[in-house]
Design a binder for this molecule. Sequence first.
Ligand SMILES: *Cc1c(COP(=O)(O)O)cnc(C)c1O
Length: 400
Amino acid sequence: MSDILPLNRPVSESTPVPLIDLVEQYQSIKGDVQAAVDRVFESQGFVLGEEVSNFEHAVAEYVDAREAIGCASGTDALILAMMALDVGPGDEVITTPYSFFATASCITRVGATPVFVDIKPDSYNLNPEAVEAAITSRTKAILPVHLYGQCAEMDSLWRIAVRHGLPIVEDAAQAIGAAYQGRRAGVLGQLGCFSFFPTKNLGGAGDGGMVTTDDKDLAARLRRLRVHGDAGGYNHLEVGLNSRLDALQAAVLSVKLQHLDAWADARRENAVRYASLVEDHGLGGRLELPAELPERHHVYNQYIVRVQDGHRDEVLQGLRQRQVGCSIYYPKPLHLQQCFASLGGKAGQFPESERAANETIALPIYAELGEERQARVVSAMAEVFAAIDATRRQSIRRAA
Ligand SMILES: *Cc1c(COP(=O)(O)O)cnc(C)c1O
């Protein structure tokens, strides 16, 4: 813990607030990260090896899974999960159209068909009733996403999965450390898929991913699949991928894992503070804040607000003009993506997903944000709404 910069740099009315800033986090752990990187270079072991297996054990322990299998990205974790469950041509996998692209592309990548069903507006996660209605004789798995860092409605999904004998694959890319009924994401289905993309709550120095499971056989198959299906000694039992976790990533991530819960707690505190700042500025009626649903532990990989009355794009633009970082996750639902046109998706098909895509905005929530910058975000938001109201009053006067 050397080389610590002052963590709360002075914030003035004009200081830009980025959507995410990883520099302060790095400064706070720089010595440990550099020692870990040095250790890898001294060993000259760069792919898999002890660094990776130590990190796999640490993640397995963290989520309370029997096994954890490192791979090259969260996308590959999902593809490997599909392969390990023998999902292929002719199969359907039920998932959400309101997620990052890889949630659905992993299904098409193995030759199967994504079957989208709508989300619930309070959590932005899969609507279990719609899931059950979409099950056919071809359904091979259910793929819920724990979007933004909050777990999907697992007890309903478990009941449906058991009733129909289907495995659940969790897309937990945004949800490491999130929990449902006290159990962490990664052990809430047959397979849990994680991403260590730099902006996730546990982010590496590049791409990385992991699959967790309690099933020894699936774990053994995943370990083979990530090395071209090689069972050892160049005996290829099936065609797999080349998808390993780098030792450098594992070394860096091992350092960061030790801080993960503290960082998630800071994100949660920021979420509480947003709620009171929004209240203080009288913006309660104009923004719908994220709800932490019962039995969930939300880790806020993203802090998503819904802008009421169709002003989302003006708010986005106004915040950007005021140098407040913000973004849309995600502006175009997956059933409307060109590459999935052959699935026959239509505008209006999934109203809640489409409404979320049109109404929501992501605000800065990273652990090091700090009270002052957070206050700037909300006061900028208040200014934007005041400007919107002034314009509207003017046009009403002009019309009169
Ligand atoms: C980030 C993400 C992925 C993909 O992870 P990568 O490591 O970027 O390949 C998959 N699903 C969701 C929901 C994600 O947020």
